[in-house]
Design a protein around this ligand. Sequence first.
Ligand code: GLN
Length: 445
Amino acid sequence: SHFLQRIEQADGTLNSFITVTAEQALNQAEAADNARAAGKAGKLTGIPFALKDIFCTQGVKTSCGSKMLDNFIAPYNATVVEKLNAAGTISLGKTNMDEFAMGSSNENSYFGAVKNPWDLTAVPGGSSGGSAAAVAAGLVPAAMGTDTGGSIRQPAAFCGITGLKPTYGRVSRYGIIAYASSLDQAGPMAKSAEDCAHLLNVIAGHDVRDSTSVARGVPDYTETLNAPLSGLKIGLPKEYFGDGLDADVEKAVREAVKVYESLGATVREVSLPHTHYAIPAYYVIAPAEASSNLSRYDGVRFGHRCDAPADLIDLYTRSRAEGFGDEVKRRILIGTHTLSEGFFDAYYTKAQKVRRLIRQDFLDAFEDVDVLMGPASPTPAFDLGAKKDPVSMYLQDIYTIAVNLAGIPGISVPAGFSNGRPVGLQILGTHFAEAQLLNVAHQFQ
Ligand code: GLN
């Protein structure tokens, strides 16, 4: 009730929710109270949270931030949702996001931009901007996001909360509306690494319905949060401290690193030589996969359908022209172009080769150090409406995108402020190093 009231009070201003499922939540709360009274409560029974509107939620509108799915009531639950339900948590609703998770500011949503609770003239980051803003403003204690190129970590940084992108395959993608399937991964966004650990315990694990989810045991991520950090080897990628990095952000990150030194860690510079190619490679691979994934929205089986189509082709083209926003159309055009005959090898195959080199950069670095540290984003949150051209928006992803190309985990933790806007420290680990990342993040908090 407290959190529903908070949403009622503040969300008219923030616009962080697309759908609030108050009635359902209150019923679940009653069930949670009964479970508690009967001595059957688990660790997370009755804990409220929110879901990015990309997770299919049975009986609830699942819009993915798009007009295309404004009328879509999901007929089944994503595995993440099933697992959270089974753990007794209570979803308060679906949070705002960039359309089909394409964006870094939440300004691409059909449902309007979200405001940053720290400064209402600033963006909350994207694409999980609604989840980040809702947690930062205390509308929910935690939320689920997805991260294809930074969409958990960058909004977490902009809103001063903690956000974890797990290793690709750690969390099932079943029932998560697909953007770029080889990069998409779901993860928790909360006030602390400890809260993220509790949520990861619930959502991680193999799922027969997602062939890319990995059959590997799930440790209790809360057990190692206080493990000592003496001897931890930290690498600072020199490419993450170069041109374009805001001075305040750099200062906050370097001060955070000093805290780790005081806890017994050692620090050295490392190099990720192909960093420069991450954005171009991503903006070939992600739109290619998106153009294929989004071909299912044809106005026939579900989603937006245009009025009075003249014939089948008119139905397809008009439904898609009306249902998709500009950024989504831009990506579909890029993707179909790079996948077309005659261009495929020059763009798509080349980008996949670059992806392999980027992955190798990280694996080489993790031969020498345990974790990498750097900024989550080159600047703090920018003003709403400030980035008009797509390329300047894409450059936001410079420190987050390579992580998805490599499939490794990353976490953003609050590390200070610049002119009243939060700054995020990003910590990266090798594949399946989530326990270590949460441990390292927790010690800073
Ligand atoms: N900003 C990136 C994009 O627009 C990443 C988005 C994401 O992680 N979903 O593709």
